[in-house]
Design a protein around this ligand. Structure first.
Ligand code: EPU
Length: 417
């Protein structure tokens, strides 16, 4: 298994290009199954999760090939209906094919994803949504069996805002007979991108970007061509890297309109953030000011940046707090950050942090995508050598991270054990 070796501390300086958003491309790939023919997705990042989804599409009978950053998916022979455990267990987003398979074939067999690295992540709302649309759902031997004649438009009111359940409901409703109204729809930009792609395939969707989506189902979707938005979490991670190292990093091809909460948090820690025409310049302070972060649904502070901001605040000048209201257990990075010398106390979903002036390099273990990036940030400023083990988590969600960090002056290399 590969690991990263980082020599610190280093101040990052320079330019970095932000790749397409992982969490936007995965639902678009699942949505391609709703159309017969060839869809194309542009600005696709080269990630392990994208490759896993390509594998899944192929298992379902589609042809899928990534040429540079353009992904072509031809669904002419996509007649499969099963997403097997072996793939779903490595990537929960495989659940996205549930809505599209059911809507297209009238049946789907999708493995239950099970827990994830930091705790339970239920899918009850995905199931509720397709049941509301008329599907029969049965759980058996670790699989979801869903079936129905043509789905029927309905009202779906989510008790909790869920990115995945909103996306699955939208995909299923796209081919349903009649109108579906989704209430308390997730507001994340990645959800809006899916809606826009469905619209370009011929579905009428009203209320994109709001919490009420009205979807007029169509008999069949036309193949679509869609360009993926920049990854706001990748951009936020490089911005955090600038701040933690007291550096100066220019982010190219990011969309600052998706990043207000993260930029506000970094500004409160003393960073200067200048939004220029095509780029954003992030300049970190010598040492960060402490802060108080609460993760919330978009446009709030994203849970996917919680670990990275924790790395920053662990070296701030005083006491900080971080509360994760989306995933109360998402703290597997805490014991690993302590190995650098961080002083963190956990009380339920609240982390209380006493900033320390310096970190010492250490061997640490990555546990999920975002926790891994937080450990890399810590390694960049730690004295001496840091080894980050289990880097396949990083490969799932960060496009060419070693090259990008080296381009900013980091001393990081990937070695195979
Ligand atoms: N929830 C339920 N029932 C459900 C679904 C969700 O109770 O059926 C709850 C969750 O437990 C959570 C909240 O709803 O408390 C929000 O979860 P959501 O469904 O929005 O998360 P998701 O769709 O499973 C996506 C991202 C995650 C990101 C979350 C929150 C993708 C592929 N994944 O997951 O990204 O953390 O939204 O923003 O889009 C990552 O990229 O590292 C990652 C984990």
């Amino acid at each position: 298994m590969d690991k990263f070796i980082i020599q610190g501390p280093r101040r990052l300086q320079g330019d970095v290009e932000i790749s397409g958003a992982k969490n936007a491309v995965l639902p678009l790939m699942a949505a391609s199954l709703l159309a017969r023919g060839e869809s194309a997705i542009e600005n696709v990042p080269d990630l392990r999760d994208v490759r896993t989804m390509i594998k899944l599409l192929r298992i379902l009978g589609a042809e899928a090939s990534l040429d540079g950053s353009v992904l072509s998916i031809n669904t002419k022979s996509a007649n499969g209906i099963e997403a097997p455990y072996d793939l779903v267990r490595t990537m929960r987003a495989s659940i996205y094919v549930l809505g599209s398979l059911l809507a297209t074939h009238g049946k789907a067999r999708v493995s239950l994803p099970g827990g994830c690295a930091w705790g339970p992540r239920p899918i009850d709302l995905h199931l509720m949504a397709i049941e509301r649309l008329g599907a029969r759902v049965k759980l058996d031997h670790g699989y979801i069996y869903a079936s129905s004649k043509r789905l029927k438009g309905t009202e779906i009111a989510f008790p909790v805002s869920s990115v995945g359940a909103t996306a699955n409901a939208m995909m299923a409703a796209s081919l349903a007979r009649g109108t579906t109204v989704i209430r308390n729809a997730a507001l994340e930009p990645e959800v809006s991108e899916l809606a826009k792609a469905l619209v370009s395939g011929g579905v009428a969707i009203d209320g994109i970007g709001t919490s009420t989506l009205t979807i007029e189902g169509t008999q069949s979707l036309n193949p679509f061509r869609h360009r993926v938005i920049p990854d706001r979490i990748e951009a936020g991670t490089y911005a955090a890297a600038a701040v933690i190292t007291g550096g100066s990093v220019r982010l190219h091809r990011c969309d600052p309109s998706h990043m207000e909460a993260v930029f506000n948090a970094l500004k409160a820690s003393g960073a200067e953030i200048k939004i220029e025409n095509e780029s954003v310049l992030v300049e970190g302070p010598k040492r960060a000011e402490p802060g108080h972060i609460v993760t919330r649904e978009y446009p709030g502070f994203p849970t996917d940046m919680q670990a990275q901001i924790m790395a920053v605040l662990c070296r701030a000048k005083g006491f900080s707090t971080i509360k994760d209201t989306i995933y109360p257990d998402r703290f597997t990075h805490v014991p690993e950050l302590r190995r650098f010398g961080a002083d963190i106390r956990l009380d339920g979903n609240l982390a209380v942090i006493n900033g320390v002036p310096s970190f010492q390099g250490a061997p640490v273990m990555a546990t999920d995508i975002r926790a891994s990036s937080a450990l890399i940030l810590a390694g960049l400023v730690a004295e001496g050598t840091t080894e980050v083990l289990r880097v396949y988590h990083i490969d799932r969600g960060y496009d060419r991270i070693v090259e990008k960090l080296r381009g900013l002056g980091a001393e990081i290399q990937r070695v195979s054990d």
